[in-house]
Design a protein around this ligand. Structure first.
Ligand code: KIV
Length: 286
């Protein structure tokens, strides 16, 4: 665990020292408190909330107001970790001035310390403007879930030589535009490793192998909160879904059997009331 409050400087120093940063997504206060206590370096309020919290099939329906709503809760739970909010689909593509306003809302209303958005190309100007306005930007390249309809499905990016070279070019541009770090999603390990060695900013991989400067995963995947979902790049460190199902079954059984609540879990009347009740029972018996 890194000591003290994590800032963008921490990630730079960690890269220089060859120390990996560890990130998870979070969407609410209790999760944030627990991850922070465990010593996580970075927390992302990802638009993955559309899939793992709201139950959508893609991240596309998530709105900026929803990310702000969740990031405010997460921010209240963090003392140590660095908090990044995701710019959802539709909040940054149409108009650069509107995108600026939206990113600033994530900081001002959502209490985020940095913002993330997917892509490079014509978005590099937005990245530069945000960075020069004092907003740390986390880049995101490789598989871009917000472009799912254009890609035609969730698939590994940059498997071929030309695509890998194009990804490296974009990654360098993102770094030049001032991003403090770059998420590489679903990219072959060798390609992510090559980009990581070429960049001075840290890379954070998800499905990008081990030769990156940090790792990020979705909380619900790591904790197996929605059993049955197992992408290749996810390791499940707990089985909270199963734990919750079993605990709920036990609760139902205990209520049905009269095992819950016990006397210790129920409240008592005070002495005077107890005397009066006893008297009334006595009177009724006569
Ligand atoms: O939305 C999200 O959770 C993300 C991570 C997968 C990087 O973008």
């Amino acid at each position: 665990m890194t000591s003290g409050k994590v800032t963008v400087r921490t990630f730079r120093t960690m890269k220089k020292k060859g120390k990996k940063s560890v990130w998870l997504t979070a969407y609410d206060f209790p999760t944030a408190v627990l991850l922070d206590q465990a010593g996580i370096d970075g927390v992302l309020v990802g638009d993955s909330l559309g899939m793992v919290v709201q139950g959508h099939k893609t991240t596309l329906p998530v709105t900026l107001d929803e990310v702000i709503y969740h990031s405010r809760m997460v921010a209240r739970g963090l003392e140590h970790a660095f908090l990044v909010g995701d710019m959802p689909f539709g909040s940054f593509q149409a108009d650069e001035n509107k995108a600026m306003e939206n990113a600033l809302r994530l900081v001002k209303e959502g209490c985020c310390e940095g913002v993330k958005f997917e892509g490079a190309g014509r978005l590099l100007g937005l990245m530069e403007r945000l960075v020069s306005s004092g907003v740390p930007v986390l880049g995101h390249l490789g598989l871009l879930p917000q472009s799912i309809n254009a890609i035609g499905g969730f698939r590994v990016a940059a498997k071929k030589h030309d695509a890998a070279q194009a990804l490296l070019r974009d990654a360098k541009r993102v770094a030049e535009a001032g991003a403090f770090a770059l998420v590489l999603e679903c990219v072959p390990q060798e390609v992510a490793g090559m980009i990581t060695r070429e960049l001075t900013i840290p890379t954070i991989g998800i499905g990008a192998g081990k030769d990156v400067d940090g790792q990020i995963l979705v909380f619900h995947d790591v904790m197996d909160l929605l059993p049955g979902y197992q992408p290749r790049f996810v390791r499940k460190y707990a089985h909270l879904g199963e734990t919750i199902i079993n605990a709920t079954k036990q609760y139902i059984e205990d209520v049905h059997n009269g095992e819950f609540p016990s006397a210790d879990e129920s409240f008592e009347i005070d002495d005077e009331m107890s005397r009066k009740l006893a008297e009334r029972v006595g009177n009724n018996d006569q």
